[in-house]
Write a protein that binds this ligand. Sequence first.
Ligand SMILES: [Zn+2]
Length: 684
Amino acid sequence: MSCVPKSLLPFQNCQIMKDFKYLVDEFADLKIMRYRIPDWENLTLRQKEYLYYLGEAAKSGRDILFDQNYKHNLLIRKTLEVILNSYQGDRECDDFQKFVVYAKRVFFSNGIHHHYAEDKFFPEISEAYFAELVKGCDLTELPINKGVTVDTFLDFLLPVIFDPKVAPVRRSSEDDIIVNSAVNFYEGDLTKTEVEAYYAAQHKEGDERPISYGLNSRLVKENGQIYEKVYKADGLYGEAIQAVVGWLEKANQVAENDVQRHYTQLLIDYYRTGDLKTWDAYNIAWVQDNASHIDFVNGFIEDYGDPMGMKATWESVVDFKDMEATKRSNTISANAQWFEDHSPVDPRFKKEQCKGVSAKSIIVTTLGGDCFPTPPIGINLPNADWIRKDYGSKSVTITNLMEAYDKAADENPKSALKEFAYSEEEVALCKKYGPDASVVHTNLHECLGHGSGKLLPTTSPNALKEFSSTLEEARADLFGLYYIADPKMVELGIMPDNEAYKAEYCGYIRNGLMTQLARVELGKDVTESHMQNRKLIAEWCLEHGQTNQVIEKIIRDGKTYFVVNNFEALRALFGELLAEVQRIKSEGDYAAGKALVERYAVKVNQELHKEVKERYNALGLKPYGGFINPEIVPVFAEVPEPAVAEHSRSIEGPTIIDYRVEYPSDFLAQHLEYGKKYSFLKPE
Ligand SMILES: [Zn+2]
């Protein structure tokens, strides 16, 4: 028996901040959420101070991404800000509201192109009205060069915003991808061939540790010469980079340990010199630090935005370890052998020595650049292949963002849960336990599932070929599904009671048989391996439990539902299928694996698919979500003069006795404030 502190329960979280509202705004195809920072109060003053400086560094690079996405984004954003801050005319009318939606979309997308689809979007107002807004605001604040009239400024600006032929796509896949892309990674009349030739000439034959060529620069063609403008403190984006460096230096004075101080100094050196060898040195030092409580990502990192896949957008994430989730995954991992020994698979396929993997979970405190407002929920860095091979990578999931997604979906009166769950009881069960049970299932999948079982000595690891990833995901999922219902989970303090697992069972079957089909185009097969795996498991259990009605298909008012009637029998079916999938993997039984996938995982019932799509679309749910950052605010010992407080965000001046977290709920206001506080770059 183990004695587990109460805090291990993810389920305890629900009660904290009961009235916290996650979903705060919706417009266009977007929804805006807030995320909370649990456990902030348990940090030391020094840790809070460290997170505060890193957070300021994360926000200081904001302008860079706007400019990288398109060369006129900063000019447009600043114009929108001046209108929002100073326009004196009617702000209640329909047109102004439409203008506000456009401005919010620009802030959301860090520019005038859709953050996901990458095509240019347009204000639903006339050019004349937009001109009226510009003329009705504080003209001295407009980003106009000296001697240029407002009319000349508008002649330039209006087509940039309104003309569908100007910069239609941020990143194009059509030839020539450089010429056709609006991104600002290439300047002058460069072609793809020229870009390729420029970088091909730099690559060194046989270099096993190549730098990330072109990662931190704009490639420019000027008077027939091609050269790089490097992003660095005294180069391109210098003013913003200097601000970032300033905050990183402050952060380093209160870092947790010398390891952190060392790699942060390397990052600062890299920002000063632009030297990509220093960037590699930083990444090598950073990836090996798993001990620190606080961590951050800050730099030019992901190259998805570049049509050539070389140049990185600027981003930042500041975070600390989620101790509760880490404890939970440690507990699961520490018991890995018990789970292996008791699993329903043939003893011949079990590992004698089983070690669980600890999944790292983090809580983010500030998002910046390309992670704001639309962050990933998992991060795996660094990106350089040779560093990953020689030094490994850090892989984390962000628990407070996952929580926010779940809770926000819950707050929406229209939810997929209500539409697709059969009864009020099912809805209540899934609301009470669903999100947390699904986190535990994911933990079991990651910490134990993939690592369980073994191949027979004669079996080739590649025996299952094109079906291997679907079957591997099914194996890990089934391991989790089987064990989430085990009394051992309650005993270990991971599940709160013997009811909670039922929420995951209902949700899993509903998703596998129906809701996930909403993401598949009508007439198409299911092709993605995680989706195939879920369909395989759900369909197999539906069929094999048919005589006992373990899962029942019910049609009510023309709508299809799948109801779990017998949870224990369903668990037995999961166990049976786990044993079979493990056998297929251990023996490398390609024919049986192929038969399973082809029979249960691929083909969609066209009538049901159509119904699911219609029901889902009728909900009108916003497909894309983004966040408002919480604000970390210094608390001073005595109330200083307001004028002083405004300018003394440094450690000099009045003593700071605490850092408080505030949760603003106005998306627009946050961006207007960021526009004032973190504007370091001049529009070109
Ligand atoms: Zn997996």
